[in-house]
Design a binder for this molecule. Structure first.
Ligand code: NAG
Ligand code: NAG
Ligand code: NAG
Length: 422
């Protein structure tokens, strides 16, 4: 008979057998077996081997009466005179979370090896806070976020469980590298909220540690998880003309100004590609990882079609030359570079075209050779005269210039001097 599933009717049959034994055999000691009682007890989780679970209310002294613990969880107990004691060992720990909340067994009574009666043993294991919270597999340890995610949105959720069923709250470890970007709100939700804007241009990877802590226990056990967040580039930067001049940079900002593209052309020059300094007109998308295609256009100053700009390359041509540099010494244009996929994202740069004079002619002296006279004497300097007692004057003309100007081209003339003695 399986004592583990002792039903009332089997117990009844046992009783009949027992009565039969009593009447027929007339043995002594059987009365001791009827003294027993069901055992209901509690014991703390993690109790040690030998700890008393309950005291037996039964006759243990009568000769021939044998009590034993049998049934499902019998191995957890042993009898020691009147005590039911706990049977554990180093690798058999009374852990409520693995064994379950209740141990059940039977107290069996025999007289001279013949079963007489059985009583229930039910021992509840009292919970101790012997487990840390554990993050569930649903809690991702690495994730990807777009830099465009607005502040105050839930960016991810963490979840931990506790085998002791303790209440858990979550918090950001303020000593983790990028704690400032996140907060958990409300604390028991595990919902992690972005508290500072992300910016791919200054930070592409964040690391944060989240705690899961018990709140309703004395021990306040906690566990933590490290989460790494990869930031994806979003379209939040404008095109940037190159080479740009860095004005200001810190960990959150980088401000760079467009160059002024400058070129010199001469009067009348036309239908030429302008070769700008400090470099060709060229812009890149400020969102490095996106690198959207850029187009170019003249915003202002094209002077009724004097200039043409290639939309795709930014190459600029001077279609019609300037006739008179004295009226128009410089042309100033505004050009824009914009994203093909979003023309609202554009930048503007200034273009200066300086008109220089055409320099076709050499300066010319009015004579092929000049003749002059100086008076011999001790003076270190004296006027040079020429025929007719006139002071020798050299006349130079440059057909490029109507007025006196710097002369980039040079010419040479001979001056023949004769020395006169007075
Ligand atoms: C205690 O438990 C162990 C292992 O479950 C078992 O082998 C041993 O017999 C038990 N000890 C007693 C006194 O019941
Ligand atoms: C987590 O536990 C450690 C060690 O017990 C303690 O130093 C730390 O303050 C706890 N953190 C939280 C958030 O409870
Ligand atoms: C243009 O000419 C001026 C002199 O008129 C010179 O100083 C300047 O360097 C030239 N610029 C370029 C881009 O060639």
């Amino acid at each position: 008979m399986a004592l583990t599933d002792l039903k009332p009717w089997t117990f009844f049959w046992s009783l009949l057998v027992f009565l039969f034994l009593h009447t027929v055999a007339g043995m002594s000691g059987w009365a001791g077996c009827l003294d027993g009682q069901d055992v209901f007890a509690t014991i703390k989780e993690n109790s040690r081997s030998g700890d008393v679970v309950a005291e037996l209310v039964a006759d243990t002294v009568t000769e021939g009466v044998q009590w034993s613990v049998v049934g499902k969880d019998a191995d957890w107990f042993f009898l020691d005179d009147r005590n039911i004691r706990l049977n554990t060992s180093a690798d058999k720990i009374l852990d409520r979370e693995t064994v379950g909340p209740v141990l059940t067994a039977e107290l069996s009574c025999r007289v001279e090896d013949i079963f007489q009666s059985a009583y229930r043993i039910m021992v509840e294991i009292l919970n101790e806070n012997d487990n840390l919270p554990v993050f569930t597999e649903k809690t991702a340890q690495s994730l990807i976020l777009s830099e465009l995610i607005p502040v105050n949105t839930v960016v991810f959720t963490v979840q931990a469980t506790d085998a002791d069923n303790d209440n858990i709250i979550y918090s950001v470890d303020q000593s983790s590298p990028d704690a400032e970007f996140f907060k958990v709100s409300p604390p028991n939700s595990g919902e992690v909220i972005l508290s500072k804007p992300l910016d791919y241009e200054t930070k592409t990877l964040l690391n944060v540690t989240i705690f899961a802590s018990e709140i309703n226990t004395a021990e306040h056990h906690n566990t933590s998880i490290n989460i790494s967040i990869t930031i994806l580039d979003g379209d939040d930067q404008y095109p940037q003309f190159l080479p740009c001049t860095l004005l200001f940079q810190d960990e959150n900002n980088r401000i760079c100004t467009s160059p002024v593209y400058t070129v010199n052309v001469t009067e009348e020059e036309e239908d030429i590609v302008l070769d700008f300094s400090p470099g060709p007109i060229f812009a890149v998308d400020g969102d490095r990882a996106l690198s959207s295609p850029i187009s170019y256009a003249i915003l202002s100053g094209d002077d009724d079609g004097r200039f043409r700009m290639e939309r795709e390359t930014g190459e600029m041509r001077l279609a019609h030359g300037v006739r008179d540099r004295l009226i128009t010494p410089v042309l100033r244009l505004q050009v824009m570079a914009y994203q093909d996929n979003d023309p609202r994202k554009y930048s503007v740069a200034t273009v200066l075209v300086r008109i220089l004079a055409v320099n076709q002619f050499y300066p010319e002296f009015d004579m092929a050779e000049y003749h002059g006279f100086v008076i011999a004497g001790k003076t270190q300097s004296s006027l040079v005269n020429t025929y007719g007692s006139k002071v020798l004057m050299l006349h130079v003309q440059d057909r490029d210039f109507n007025q006196v100007s710097p002369v980039p081209f040079t010419n040479v003339v001979h001056v023949v001097l004769k020395c006169l003695r007075l």
